[in-house]
Design a protein around this ligand. Structure first.
Ligand SMILES: [Zn+2]
Ligand SMILES: [Zn+2]
Length: 113
């Protein structure tokens, strides 16, 4: 809410010739509204698709995957060099799942917490 700088009355939002103004009903003072000031602007927030459920594609290694060496071994071939990455598999409020892929045999598995 804004008040008239001249007489102190409450300014009323009005649209004149496509432009938005705050107009004083008492003294006729008016000021152009820049960027929606004085108005309640309803902004529709679009939820990004990342918030929705993500289908796990086990074949896709994201570019954020990092190389892990010497700490974890591939359960299939015993190789100790793998790619590790985090992926949101369920709802956004659940922690992401950690995935591993063996760089030797390509075996991909996920780590269960
Ligand atoms: Zn006024
Ligand atoms: Zn392997």
């Amino acid at each position: 809410m804004k008040f008239c700088p001249k007489c102190g009355s409450i300014l009323v939002p009005q649209v004149i010739e496509g432009k938005r103004y705050l107009v004083c009903p008492s003294c006729g003072y008016k000021e152009e509204v820049q960027g929606g000031t004085g108005f309640k602007v309803r902004v529709k927030i679009k939820h990004s698709p990342r918030e929705k459920l993500v289908v796990v594609n086990a074949n896709a290694v994201p570019p954020t995957a990092s190389k892990v060496k010497g700490t974890i071994r591939c359960p299939k071939c015993g190789h100790d060099e793998l790619l590790a990455w985090m992926q949101q598999t369920r709802a956004a409020d659940e922690p992401p799942t950690r995935f591993y892929r063996c760089t030797k045999c390509g075996y991909t598995w996920r780590e269960y917490a």
